[in-house]
Unconditional design. Structure first.
Length: 85
């Protein structure tokens, strides 16, 4: 809930909230995780943690590994590569 200009540890693109989650769930492996987001801060957050990044947006950007117009499009691609069972 802190303002961006205060640069809080738990506000994206800083990685504090991911680090807190990993303390609670140590099995989280960021290098095997995917960040799906719609902003530059989402993409930077994922990149800082070594995640693959997928942007949901109609705008051009060079920071993500893949870009889709909506979440359905992204999940259809992921379903082809990941066993969700």
């Amino acid at each position: 809930p802190e303002l961006a200009e205060n640069n809080p540890k738990c506000r994206k693109p800083n990685t504090g909230m991911a680090e807190m989650a990993q303390k609670e769930f140590p099995e989280i492996n960021f290098s095997q995780s995917i960040m799906i987001g719609d902003s530059d801060t989402d993409m930077e957050f994922g990149s800082r943690l070594g995640m693959k990044c997928i942007r949901i947006s109609s705008h051009e950007s060079k920071s993500e590994n893949a870009k889709f117009k909506n979440l359905l499009e992204a999940t259809q691609m992921l379903k082809a590569f990941v066993d969700f069972e």
